[in-house]
Design a protein around this ligand. Structure first.
Ligand code: ADP
Length: 268
């Protein structure tokens, strides 16, 4: 349990060195996988550069979130998840607020200022990159750990190292690396092609001594499902992609239950 968010057991940050690598897609599907495994799960979208979570969950026309008497935002609920996104309150066309020193304070409201209730896991869709905003968020939110999402062609060790150093600086454990858009298999002929290369994520995790959480293949159904507001983990649970997300969720559950047992024993 975290002091700043009593009732929330674990906060997991999904991060990436740059935008467009599939961070929001991964946040949504991972949160749904955790929920399907029977855990109370929330998802907060503070990706100022592309707050796409509401669309991916079919909530783009949802009512604005209500406030509790003590001025906390009431999360929306869909597919068993509790959801908050800055896009539900802020017009995406007016990004002026997303500059300057107030931005972290503002984003914190969508994480710490939310009436989440009891949650086993809260997944955060962080803004891409490793700048001041990400650093101050990592510092001010009681994270259990961070995931680094990359694509194979994007595997620049420098970008990954920057992310790792940023989280290390503020003593946030790295839960592991996920490689997204890792190869494509033709559903008609079964031919496999590593369009963007493959294996870079695993290699990077070995070099940097952090866990490798898994690879998510390229699947056009991810795109159509995301656009329809029906994430693939729900619409095609037997697809390779969905199985990969569930395997990653299981691995995270194991890792985080080990750390909480160790901290309860006073090992940390
Ligand atoms: P980010 O949050 O990193 O900016 P998004 O999650 O918005 O990225 O994804 C960018 C685009 O890539 C979206 O259209 C999404 O549907 C697509 N996408 C993400 N992961 C995959 C994948 N494994 N296969 C195919 N398309 C994907």
């Amino acid at each position: 349990m975290t002091e700043k968010l009593p009732g929330v057991k674990h906060i997991i940050a999904m991060s990436s060195g740059k935008g467009g690598v599939g961070k929001s897609t991964a946040s949504v599907n991972l949160a749904l996988a955790l929920s399907q495994l029977g855990f109370k799960t929330g998802l907060s979208d503070v990706d100022i550069f592309g707050p796409s979570v509401p669309v991916m969950l079919g909530l783009q026309n949802a009512e604005r979130p209500l406030m509790t008497a003590d001025q906390r935002l009431v999360p929306l609920e869909k597919y068993g998840l509790k959801i908050m996104s800055m896009a539900l309150l802020v017009d995406a066309e007016s990004p002026a607020i997303f500059r300057g020193p107030m931005v972290t304070k503002f984003l914190q409201q969508f994480i710490l200022g939310v009436a989440w209730g009891e949650l086993d896991y809260l997944v955060l869709d962080l803004p891409p990159g490793t700048g001041d905003t990400q650093l101050s968020l990592a510092q001010s939110i009681p994270l259990s750990g961070a995931i680094i999402l990359t694509t194979p062609q994007d595997v620049s060790l420098n970008v990954a190292r920057r992310g790792l150093r940023m989280f290390e600086k503020v003593r946030v454990p790295i839960l592991g690396i996920i490689e997204n858009m890792s190869g494509w298999t033709c559903e008609k002929c079964g031919h496999h092609s590593d369009i963007f290369g493959a294996g870079g994520g695993r290699q990077m995790s070995e070099e940097l001594h952090v866990p490798y959480l898994g690879s998510i293949p390229i699947d056009p159904q991810i795109v159509s499902g995301g656009d329809r507001g029906e994430p693939i983990v729900l619409s095609l649970p037997n697809s390779e992609v969905s199985k990969a997300y569930v395997a990653i969720a299981n691995q995270l559950i194991d890792q985080l239950s080990e750390t909480s047992t160790l901290s309860q024993l006073g090992a940390f």
